[in-house]
Design a protein around this ligand. Structure first.
Ligand code: SAH
Length: 402
């Protein structure tokens, strides 16, 4: 059978603007367009042509956003239909086969541009999927996507959490969480590297759990064995549980400003056969807590700092760097000489060099030598498209503070 050529409305680029696309970048900014496509609605599919009229790529268009087109394929013969999405989802599933389901049954299944599906995020919690649709282009594919996800993954339910304010920029409504297919329970029991957690997919932060920290949690274990550990910004105790499981004599203090998160952390200890009363759980602002701990002369062997994003925009960057500097200084001050500091940043606009810079400033101020031991970015389930380093957000560093 001869397949018919596929065509969509056309957008054309200014001269030489196809080069970054040819290296695998998936965004076209509105300024790069010579001619916008006519007569198509936000999120409609388009073929992108070079200034000389050659096919470059195919994607979806939004006249309202700075990123005018997000690319879905570079193959002129590939239609954007159910088969296309199923194929991309299968490829994403194949990558996640690195996880042994008896050990780990929660991970990011679709990481937007990193999995060739810009605007779509899907997290897997055992048999439940939590999806976020961030763009008008993906919104138009909603039913096709849900159908493909259910069929390809064998999930028993898909929850849509389309509550991000960024949807407004795309001309989309901000929605309440809603089941898009099957049944979605209030709580889902998951395993991560053998540790047990209960996730609330409906109301939990992000999509319920910070699955982007799996590899960093595993790395923490070896430092935590039979030590006194402080987990700052603990949320539901991801790092804390791993630390406490690492040795019978380990004592963990978990600090978070959210009362439900701390309550869940306590439950997670019990769920993992740990006695919560042997550990400490505090609802507090981390900065206040650290100031107090410092005044009281508290000393820890291991300190983990995993704050929320201090900067979401370039303009907030310098304020954020100050906050990281202050946090890292305080973290080092409650660390005994020779102790281990894990420090993280999930601000996209703060790079690894910036994070290391704040550590260096803290070290100089305190006149304490710092040895860099390990550095991490995302886990394998958060792949980064090599051509789009700007989509990386997570940095984490383990160091020893003398
Ligand atoms: N380490 C966690 C994820 C941390 S996310 C894990 O592994 O799951 C950031 C956390 O910081 C959230 O739980 C949020 O409630 C908390 N938070 C935000 N600002 C805070 C503050 N000033 N003091 C304490 N906790 C804060």
């Amino acid at each position: 059978m001869v397949s018919l050529p596929v065509h969509y409305p056309t957008a054309s680029l200014r001269p030489h603007r196809e080069e970054s696309l040819q290296s695998g970048h998936l965004w076209i900014f509105s300024g790069a367009l010579q001619q916008s496509p006519h007569w198509i609605e936000a999120g409609g599919l388009v073929d992108v042509k070079s200034s000389t009229g050659e096919f470059v790529a195919r994607g979806y268009y939004n006249p309202q956003t700075d990123i005018a087109i997000r690319i879905l394929t570079h193959d002129a013969g590939e239609a954007i239909d159910g088969a296309f999405f199923r194929h991309r989802i299968r490829s994403a599933i194949e990558l996640r086969q690195v996880f042994e389901p008896e050990q780990t049954n929660t991970y990011r299944l679709v990481h937007s541009e990193g999995d060739g599906l810009p605007g779509l995020v899907v997290d897997r919690y055992a048999d439940i999927l939590v999806a976020q649709i961030h763009t008008a282009g993906m919104e138009r594919q909603r039913s096709v996507l849900i159908d493909a996800l259910m069929k390809e993954t064998g999930a028993t339910g898909v929850l849509l959490r389309n509550e991000s304010q960024s949807r407004r920029r795309e001309g989309l409504e901000v929605e309440e969480p809603a089941a898009a297919a099957g049944d979605v329970p209030e709580q889902v029991a998951v395993r991560e590297n053998g540790a047990q957690f209960l996730v609330d997919p409906w109301r939990g932060q992000k999509t319920g759990f910070f699955i982007d920290q799996r590899d960093k949690r595993a790395a923490l274990r070896k430092y935590a064995r039979n030590k006194r550990v402080l987990d700052c910004f603990s949320y539901t105790g991801g790092f804390s549980v791993y630390a406490a499981l690492s040795g019978n004599a380990t004592i963990v203090t978990s600090v978070d400003i959210s009362a439900p998160a701390i309550e869940a952390a306590r439950k997670h200890f019990a769920l993992n056969g740990l006695e919560p009363n042997d550990h400490e759980f505090l609802i507090a602002d981390v900065f206040d807590y650290l100031e107090r701990a410092l005044r009281n002369g508290e000393q820890f062997d291991v300190v983990a700092l995993d704050p929320p994003a201090f900067a979401k925009t370039q303009s907030a960057r310098s304020q954020a760097l100050k906050a990281y500097r202050r946090l890292n200084t305080l973290g080092m001050q409650v660390l005994r000489p020779g102790g281990i500091l894990l420090t993280c940043s999930c601000s996209g606009v703060v790079g690894m060099d910036d994070l290391l810079g704040t550590l260096a400033q803290a070290a100089r101020y305190l006149r304490r030598p710092v040895q860099l031991l390990e550095s991490y970015t995302h886990g394998v389930d958060h792949p980064i498209n090599l051509a789009m380093p700007e989509t990386a957000y997570l940095k984490a560093v383990f160091c020893r503070v003398g």
